[in-house]
Design a protein around this ligand. Structure first.
Ligand code: MG
Ligand code: MG
Length: 263
């Protein structure tokens, strides 16, 4: 589990604080990936393939003069990770056709001036009557918002982790253990790891100039995961449904600033 597009717990220890200029590059990279995901989700409809969605992300990022962050990283073969239903993260785009009601998670990154952004969202294809499926998406999105809210100087990483965990548990869902959020900047993965479970007041202190990716991955069933034979796709071991949301966030004197937003 050392080389993965989602952070792991042994990410290098040193935390790099970013200058105003570095934050400007990361903000631009964040805008570009947010626009790319807007285009991907605008195109989400029954009958489209995940390779077509990947192509939309690639064209949007390249049209802005940025580089896709995931393509070729650790050998990943595409611009976006696209994970469906029981797939949690790292799904490989393919000729697979999406159906009404599928739960689709898209995770994508861009590089501007050598600085990275990392952003993920989950949505349902078309319509569904499955209330739990809808609630899973809403809870995952809101748990990310709860985590981001704790992203102020003098708080600790564990305050973010705890806020995410508490919100998801109160809603009756489970959280992924083996894959975590992470520092981000000149690399996709920097210190510190940002787990989705934790104790308040624990972990590294948050400081102005830190940039982190917060990324709850949650499921309707057990937290255990497996990797498919393609060596990439992480799925729930029990086949339960999963959702994933992620923002790149800067810790500023005024509180958290979400960098992966549209302009
Ligand atoms: Mg990430
Ligand atoms: Mg990501």
């Amino acid at each position: 589990m050392n080389d993965s597009l989602t952070g792991n717990l042994d990410t290098a220890r040193r935390i790099a604080l970013k200058s105003k200029r570095e934050l400007d590059s990361m903000r631009t990279a964040g805008h570009i990936v947010a626009d790319a995901l807007n285009a991907v989700f605008d195109a989400l409809e029954p009958g489209i393939t995940t390779a077509e969605l990947d192509d939309i992300a690639r064209r949007k990022i390249q049209a802005e003069g940025a580089k896709p962050a995931f393509l070729g990283l650790y050998g990943f073969p595409a611009v976006a990770c696209i994970s469906i239903n029981a797939e949690i993260v790292h799904g490989i785009p393919s000729e697979r056709v999406l159906s009404e009601g599928d739960l689709v998670s898209v995770d994508c990154g861009a590089i501007v001036d050598d600085y990275y952004s990392d952003h993920a969202r989950t949505a349902i294809v078309g319509e569904t009557d499955d209330e739990e499926r809808k609630r899973l998406v809403d809870v995952c999105r809101e748990s990310l918002a709860q985590g981001i809210e704790r992203g102020s100087p003098h708080n600790r990483v564990g305050d973010i982790s705890h806020a995410v965990e508490q919100f998801v548990r109160d809603a009756g869902f489970e959280l992924v253990r083996e894959y975590v959020g992470h520092g981000i900047g000149r690399s996709l993965h920097e210190a510190p790891p940002v787990p989705n479970l934790g104790q308040p007041g624990s972990g590294p202190l948050l400081m102005e100039g830190m940039t982190i990716a917060i990324e709850p991955m949650i499921m309707t069933g057990s937290w255990e995961t497996e990797v498919l034979d393609d060596g990439w796709t992480v799925v729930t071991a029990d086949g339960s449904l999963s959702a994933h949301f992620e923002h790149t966030v800067a810790i500023t004197a005024d509180g958290p600033e979400v960098l992966t937003t549209t302009r």
